[in-house]
Design a protein around this ligand. Sequence first.
Ligand code: UDP
Length: 323
Amino acid sequence: MAGVLVAGGAGFLGTHLCRRLLDSGHDVTCMDDLSTGSLENIEALLDNPRFRFIHQDIIAPIDHDAERIYNLACPASPRFYQSDPVRTLKTSVIGSLNLLELARRNGARILLASTSEVYGDARISPQPETYWGNVNPVGVRACYDEGKRCAETLFSDYRRQYGLDTRIARIFNTYGPGMRADDGRVVGTFVAQALAGDPLTVFGDGRQTRSFCHVDDTIDALARVMDASDDAAGPFNIGSPVEIRILDLAAMVLKLTGSRSQVVEKSLPADDPKQRCPDISLMIERFGWQPRTDLETGLSKMIDSYRNAAAHRRRLPDASLTV
Ligand code: UDP
């Protein structure tokens, strides 16, 4: 079935992307090894005749017909990508190579979901696409950061060397319904902790910043980059330009949930970037895109979805932690 291939389609972003592509009339093949994604995420899509699921790791050679390929396949939370760093690197490097070869054979357009992590512990803020970054190549985050940097190089060289239509999107912190509560990422963790009445675990003094983009806005941006009919190699920063300290995020979650949980400090993980905020001028100029959902509104929706999922789980005691 020619159509759109979404590698990593059963993960957090992938599930939202598959749904959006189906809604806009595409035939969609979701390829996932289910290492961090889950069948439960795509359960509602399986009955759709325009949707197909292939259980496959992109590290293995891929044979498939596709007109467009999104490469979203890689664990994205520090907890998960650091649990098997060699595999994380293979996924970004060998997996990208396999998908690029597939795109070449099919004459397909291919988009890489890269990451703000390519900027490392940035020395300038906000970070424009022209900033080359400050990454520790031998640190614990390097398997993800350097893996994605290498994937960006591969995409760029396939474009230069073979004339392939490649596109690179650098995705900053994204949150929303469907995010696993157990993957250690801060928004899902804080919301789950607040709802359970557990202490909110702020790493370090909580003065490090991130900027959080609602998943609907992120998916909208990805689709715009892929759909652009003229040349759109990128890289393009996709994220919210509104920066917030982690300590303030904890306070916001407590306020919106009405939780009486405490906030406790835990040690700061190695190489945790101190400041991260995208310069999105390029996305604004090129696509007229900017996030539409402010953090309070998006968080409130996410809190509702976690509450509903928790109620659902109470009725189905064996359900997984994915919400
Ligand atoms: N963080 C935190 N408590 C947690 C999880 C994360 O304070 O329980 C902090 C983490 O140290 C980082 C920020 O929140 O500074 C974002 O972490 P996350 O793992 O969500 O993504 P990152 O942007 O680091 O990849």
